[in-house]
Design a protein around this ligand. Structure first.
Ligand SMILES: [Zn+2]
Length: 353
């Protein structure tokens, strides 16, 4: 979605500082030299791909980008398949495969962009010798070109022979087709058959970095009930603390117990409290009514929870339930979780610095 240095993208996979290059094996040096030597050619292909509009709903454009890449993969001895997207109302996906022994690699890209034909942002535009801007350069035609030229470098170094590789480039990453189970079937099948998967979408704009894990996302809603009464009776045995004090205690408990947990985040994003509370979850908005001289009867807070592993998410949920359960006098609270995408924890042994 943003422009960035083309050179950085294209050379990024294999570019190394001079000091590191000395430590490369002869084959690795060959790969790096090939990446450097094919930069102009790779940039030309990127320009060609960027100039084909492939907004997700431009089905013909997405397919044309897939056709250009399929032809390239064929020259490297890959079998290519176009998975037709009619069943999920999108263009479809490109799959390129090679057989071999040893672990199967899955390389993931996507063909579509967020820039439909009616967008004013349509063409590749060179800014300097090292920089260009254009729709989908970063997200992620640049990454697709990196996949292809990494494979070309391996082929030139005779390092591709016998390696089992599947490339999946989806045509609906930006706006997935429906039903989702059909739209993602090809990618899921390829994932199940693979031992190692690498996605080539830009991470943090620094090609020296790769993400080796991803935090998951779980939404949560906490509803608190207190006893309505005149404010002069708050703290008394018969009226207790009220819903807003209880909600505050719980949030403070979350903060005290969980804010130092490594790689965990827990964020309350919206809260309402008072005598009456109306919350519209779908629109993530609501209204509250209350008076300064009335003990609050209702309070609600919604937030998210992002953890690095399923274990961390489960432990965090337990901690949160523990905090919630220790209710102040004459209050009650209910905490509900809504798991969305799961965490992908880092796996030991797959990576070296
Ligand atoms: Zn993307």
């Amino acid at each position: 979605m943003r422009s960035l240095l083309v050179a950085v993208l294209v050379a990024g996979l294999l570019a190394q500082p001079a000091a590191v290059q000395q430590a490369l094996s002869p084959t690795e040096q060959q790969l790096a030299a090939h990446a450097d030597g094919s930069r102009a050619e790779a940039e030309q292909l990127l320009e060609r791909l960027v100039n084909i509009n492939s907004g997700t709903m431009n089905l013909d454009g997405v397919k044309r980008v897939g056709d250009v890449l399929a032809a390239e993969f064929k020259t490297l001895g890959f079998r290519t398949t176009w998975v037709d997207g009619a069943a999920f109302k999108r263009a479809g996906h490109l799959i390129a495969e090679r057989d071999g022994k040893g672990p199967r690699l899955l390389l993931i890209g996507h063909l579509d962009t967020v820039f439909e034909p009616d967008s004013p942002f349509q063409k590749f535009q060179r800014i300097t010798a090292d920089a260009a801007r254009g729709p989908g350069i970063i997200d992620m035609k640049g990454g697709d070109v990196v996949i292809l030229y990494a494979l070309k470098a391996l082929a030139a170094a005779k390092a591709l022979d016998g390696v089992a590789i599947t490339v999946v480039m989806t045509g609906d990453e930006e706006d997935p087709g429906e039903p989702l189970t059909l739209a993602r079937q090809a990618l899921l099948d390829a994932g199940k058959a693979a031992d190692i998967a690498i996605g080539f979408e830009n991470g943090n704009n620094n090609p020296a970095n790769a993400n080796i894990s991803r935090r998951g996302f779980t939404g949560w809603t906490l509803r608190v009930k207190g006893m309505a009464a005149h404010s002069s009776q708050v703290f008394t045995e018969s009226v207790g603390a009220g819903a807003i004090y209880e909600l505050s205690r719980i949030l403070n408990g979350f903060y005290a117990g969980l804010s130092k947990e490594p790689l965990l985040s827990l964020n309350p994003g919206l809260t309402l409290g008072g005598t009456t509370v109306e919350f519209n979850a779908a629109q993530s908005r609501g209204t509250a009514f209350g008076k300064t001289n009335v003990v609050a009867e209702h309070a609600i807070v919604t937030g998210d929870l992002r953890g690095i592993s399923s274990e961390q998410v489960e432990t965090t949920k337990k901690t949160m339930h523990g905090v919630v359960a220790a209710n102040l006098a004459r209050t009650s609270a209910e905490l509900v979780f809504d798991d969305s995408y799961p965490p992908m924890a880092p796996i030991d042994g797959y990576w070296r610095d």
